[in-house]
Write a protein that binds this ligand. Structure first.
Ligand code: BG6
Length: 304
């Protein structure tokens, strides 16, 4: 598979490097900065099936807006250090390219990260939760495998390579493109408890987007469906190793307040994010590993 991928260095003004993946079933792009997928185009599709903002900033100190950010080792603001960056350090760090291979599911690219990677404040040593009664060194090894095929498979595996227990939150924060967010629905979470940060649609029904929706479902099933009649498409999502989901669309006002988000772009995206956070935070003893991932599969809706 020597021809299955190419590495293009320094393609953006920020000097960020990415891998372009060209396979039989799909093409894709993943940046070493954040191990951030910014494009996935299955064979037969005209456009990428991950959404990327036209205002995305490509620079060391910024997370790319859109695509598939990895939130790790915390989600949202870090409770012990709320002044630090949102959604952890992984999306601000330079990952190592560890290899690519053709698999039955498509071309799989693996990237790696550990505590020696340059990180924004507060640095990896203070980035994990620890038991203060415990002693020893905090070390970890993260591996992220992205498989670009007719489905997009993203899989984060974290191993505690240190000598004390570590706790962390994690999410795969995929931005899906939609024709008009006001016309789509998300099903699979009906009846499950959630915490609402915005003010979205009613409980007990598939989720509709008529205002900002920013919901955390801390414990929920692994399968979701995003149905978009306008695009004639449904995404089926199957997560693994995650306790719940986050569902997010900023809607008009929040989008306008974000510098790296076009004022009208909220119409064309929705984020569905398998997550383990808060009380469902993942704890690993030395030597233990945990995997968290999601398979996203697009299907064409039958004509009505
Ligand atoms: C979502 C959160 O996952 O990410 C939202 O639930 C947040 O609260 C959004 O606004 C975007 O976060 P950021 O840090 O990429 O602007």
């Amino acid at each position: 598979m020597a021809d299955a991928f190419t590495i293009v260095p320094g393609a953006y003004a920020g000097g960020l490097r990415y891998l372009d993946v060209i396979g039989d079933a799909a093409t894709g792009r993943v940046f070493l900065h954040g191990a951030h997928v910014t494009s996935w185009r299955p064979d037969g599709e005209d456009e990428s099936l991950v959404w990327l903002s036209e205002r995305a900033i490509f620079a060391d100190e910024t997370a790319i807006r859109g695509g598939v950010p990895i939130c790790f080792p915390w989600f949202g603001p870090n409770r012990p250090t709320p002044e630090g960056p949102a959604h952890g350090l992984a999306r601000l760090s330079e990952w190592r390219f560890e290899g690519a291979a053709e698999t039955d599911a498509g071309v799989a690219v693996t990237l790696g990260l550990d505590q020696d990677a340059p990180a924004a404040v507060p640095g990896w040593g203070a980035a994990f939760r620890v038991d203060e009664q415990d002693e020893g060194e905090v070390r970890f090894q993260a591996r992220y495998t992205v498989t670009f095929g007719s489905s997009l498979t993203t899989s984060l595996s974290v191993t505690n390579t240190g000598s004390r227990a570590i706790g962390f939150e994690a999410a795969i924060h995929t931005y899906y493109p939609v024709s008009d967010v006001r016309q789509v629905s998300v099903s699979g979470l009906e009846g499950y408890p959630f915490v609402e940060r915005g003010a979205g649609g009613g409980a007990g029904e598939p989720i509709r987007f008529t205002r900002e929706v920013d919901r955390v479902y801390p414990a929920a099933p692994s399968a979701l469906r995003l149905t978009d009649p306008g695009a004639g498409r449904r995404f089926t999502l199957e997560s693994s190793g995650a306790a719940g989901w986050v569902v997010w669309n900023p809607f008009r006002d929040k989008a306008a307040a974000m510098g790296d988000f076009g004022d009208e772009e909220w119409r064309s995206m929705v984020c569905l994010e398998p997550v383990s956070l808060g009380e469902a935070m993942i704890w690993l003893q030395p030597g233990q590993s945990h995997g968290l991932g999601v398979v996203s599969t697009p299907q064409t809706l039958p004509d009505r």
